[in-house]
Structures are given as structure tokens and as C-alpha cells.
Design a protein around this ligand. Structure first.
Ligand code: BEZ
Length: 394
């Protein structure tokens, strides 16, 4: 006679629940599953090099922690966003819905990042923006689960305006790509410049990522302003610097640019980039133990020199580390993790910074001068500059 153990359906359910509870309460098991990081960055197009630098910076911090964050392995999921806002919602949903990542890290382009932020807010997915400056991300569209390790478009633009006014320039023109990053950088410049007594006479723009600058440069030559403010980045930036020089403007109309124009652009721009003044939250030659160690480790690891994008990627990982350490790696404790991230002081290569209540870095903006392949520190243009965070209700 065979023995058949009998177990009723409710008892079986209770047993299964008890086993599940026992296992999920086992820290070793919780630690065993990796943190899923969704990297949504450009791998193609005019911002491809920026995406690459952000990823390298992020991974450098993780490697420095022995390949783990708060004791948990890190598993990467990657999407090339092509800096294309039209594809942004589909792309971010590949990470949120298909891959079910724990945290999103992205991206470079403001228009793409705005769509990412919307999807992150709607799905309550943790998001760290490692570049895109769209003001609304830490302004009108802020949310407790959305953080930025970089800047708002307003910040370097405003500082450039303050410096230009301080140099006694009175009449300015601006030139940029016609999308959120360019338009908001110009708005920041105008605010800083006009507060200091200057006047922006005309704003010129072309569609992103166009590089047909000629007609606009002809207009600048005709108007002869005291100073020109520009925002371009990635592949478009060295082309702008070369065309500005070739049009004969470099010697006649001073440039005061957002630092992204000269960031990673100086080799390609050649002599046309040399001496250009810019404002940004990083300078290559910041002579601090922290920056020197970072630059050495990055160069050893990646066989290339870091730039501001690498720093922002590195700091995105540092921000995530701060949150995860506070909850001992249990990323499901989202409120505690986000609270820890919000009050963390990040020991960045750019200098220590904390976050504003809207979760955007409060940071020094430096005046730099392009020398050789580097953007060298000249002075602190504006100390501890906080984005106004307009319209944010957290
Ligand atoms: C932006 O779209 O926000 C952006 C892109 C490149 C450099 C800086 C800002």
C-alpha cells in the first residue's frame, strides 16, 4: 500500500507563503540578485561621444566599489536613444516595462530626457539624469524620484551672462540650436547679462543638430555686438568654433560660451578653439586631490581623458551609491533611499556639492579658458549657484 500525503489547498498556500517569506527575509538571498541599471544614452549621432563618457564615468565608480553597489552586483541594460525625442517614450519603456530596471540613468538630450522624466514619474521608477539640463526636470516637472547629477540649462548660461556683464559688454547676441537646451541656456544668459546692465539684441538659432552656421554668422558680422553667447555641444561644437573663426569673427567679436561648446571639442577645433572663454561646473585642471585621483583612475581605466560628461556619469553612480548604502542595498525601500540621495553631499571631482530641494546640484560655476586640449580654470564665476527650480512642488 503506497502512502500519499494529503494536504488541503489552503494549507498548501499557507506553506508556500511561509517559504516565500522565509526566503525573502534572508538577507543573503536579497543580496544575491543584481541591481538592474538601465542606461539610456546616445550611442549614435552628434552626442554619441557624450553618452560614451557618461557610461565610462558611471562604470568607473562601480568598479571602484569592487563592481558592486552596497554589496550588490550591478547588471546593465542599454538602449541607444539616438538623441531622438520622437523615439524617447518607446525607448524608455523598453527599460521600464521589458527589462524592469530598478533605476534609469539618462540621458544627454533635453527633449529625450523630458520624455524619460514623464515615464519615470508615471511608473514611479527611480531616475538619475547624468547630463540633460532641461530646466523643467528639476522645475515644473520635478518629482521625488527624479534626480540630476549634472546641471540645469539655466546655470552655466546665467553665469556666462554675469561674467559678460562684468567685463563691461553692453550689447550681446546669442546663437544656438532651437530646442530646450539652447533656448534655456540663452534665457539664463539673458537673465545674468541684463541684471548686470547689458542688453541681448538678438537671438539666432538653427534646428538641432544642424551645422549650417554661415547665414547666422553673416548676421553677427553685420550687427557687430560686443559679445556673442553660444550653446552647442557634441559634434556640432567644434564645427561652430571653426566656422566662427573662418568668418573672421574670432578676432573681432569676443565669444562667451556655455562650457559645452569647448568641452571635448578642443582637439577637433584646433586653433579656432584656443583662448575661448566659457562657463561650466567643471574645469580639467581643478587642482584638488579628488579631481587628480579621478583623472588618473579614469585615464588608467579607459585610456582616454575624462571631461564634464565623465564627471556627471561618475557622480550619478555616487548618488545611487549614497542611496543604496543608506538602505543596505535594499532598493525596494524607495522612500528611505530617495531621502538619503536627496540629502547626500557628493564628493565630486568638480568639488563637493549637495542637491537643491528640487534635486539639482547646487554648485560653483567656473570661468574657464581653452588652452591646448584643456578647459583651464580662471576663476569661480558664480559660487554655489542653485537653479531657481521654478514651478517645482515636491
Ligand atoms: C541638453 O540637451 O540638455 C544638452 C546636451 C548636450 C550638452 C548639454 C546639454
Amino acid at each position: 500500500m503506497s502512502f500519499k500525503p494529503r494536504i488541503t489547498a489552503p494549507a498548501a498556500l499557507a506553506l508556500a507563503a511561509a517559504v516565500l517569506a522565509a526566503f525573502s527575509a534572508t538577507p543573503a538571498l536579497a543580496q544575491a540578485s543584481p541591481i538592474k541599471v538601465g542606461l539610456m544614452l546616445p550611442a549614435t549621432g552628434t552626442f554619441a561621444a557624450l553618452g560614451d563618457a557618461i557610461e565610462k564615468g558611471f562604470k568607473l565608480h562601480v568598479q571602484e566599489q569592487g563592481g558592486k553597489l552596497a554589496g550588490r552586483e550591478v547588471q546593465y541594460f542599454k538602449v541607444d536613444d539616438e538623441s531622438d525625442p520622437a523615439k524617447a517614450t518607446d525607448n524608455v519603456n523598453k527599460l521600464i516595462k521589458r527589462d524592469q530596471v530598478d533605476v534609469l540613468v539618462g540621458t544627454v538630450h533635453s527633449g529625450v530626457a523630458l520624455a524619460m522624466a514623464r515615464a519615470a514619474r508615471d511608473s514611479n521608477t527611480l531616475l538619475i539624469v547624468p547630463n540633460a539640463g532641461a530646466d523643467a526636470i528639476t522645475g515644473a516637472q520635478c518629482a521625488p524620484n527624479i534626480f540630476r547629477s549634472s546641471f540645469s540649462n539655466w546655470q552655466p548660461g546665467y553665469a556666462a551672462g554675469v561674467v559678460a556683464a562684468g567685463k563691461g559688454y553692453k550689447r550681446a547676441m546669442s546663437i544656438t540650436w532651437n530646442y530646450a537646451a539652447g533656448n534655456e541656456a540663452v534665457k539664463g544668459f539673458t537673465e545674468g547679462f541684463e541684471k548686470g546692465g547689458g542688453k541681448v539684441m538678438k537671438d539666432l538659432s538653427l534646428p538641432f543638430p544642424g551645422v549650417e552656421f554661415q547665414a547666422l554668422l553673416t548676421e553677427i558680422a553685420a550687427q557687430k555686438p560686443d559679445v556673442v553667447f553660444a550653446f552647442f555641444a557634441g559634434g556640432g561644437a567644434p564645427k561652430f568654433l571653426k566656422d566662427y573663426d573662418a568668418a573672421g569673427l574670432k578676432k573681432n567679436v569676443p565669444l562667451m560660451v556655455s562650457g559645452f561648446v569647448t568641452e571635448g571639442a578642443l582637439e577637433a577645433a584646433g586653433p579656432s578653439g584656443q583662448g575661448v572663454l566659457s562657463t561650466l561646473h567643471y574645469a580639467d585642471d581643478l587642482n584638488t586631490p579628488r579631481n587628480n585621483a579621478f583623472r588618473k583612475a579614469y585615464a588608467l581605466n579607459w585610456k582616454s581623458q575624462p571631461d564634464v560628461y565623465s564627471v556627471q556619469g561618475y557622480d550619478a553612480a555616487q548618488m545611487l551609491s549614497a542611496g543604496l548604502n543608506a538602505v543596505k542595498g535594499d532598493i525596494k525601500q524607495r522612500d528611505a533611499l530617495q531621502a538619503a540621495m536627496a540629502k547626500a553631499v557628493i564628493d565630486s571631482p568638480r568639488g563637493k556639492f549637495s542637491l537643491s530641494p528640487q534635486r539639482n546640484p547646487v554648485q560653483d560655476i567656473f570661468l574657464r579658458e581653452a588652452k591646448g586640449a584643456n578647459n583651464e580654470l580662471r576663476s569661480v564665476a558664480v559660487k554655489a549657484l542653485a537653479d531657481p527650480g521654478r514651478g517645482c512642488k515636491i
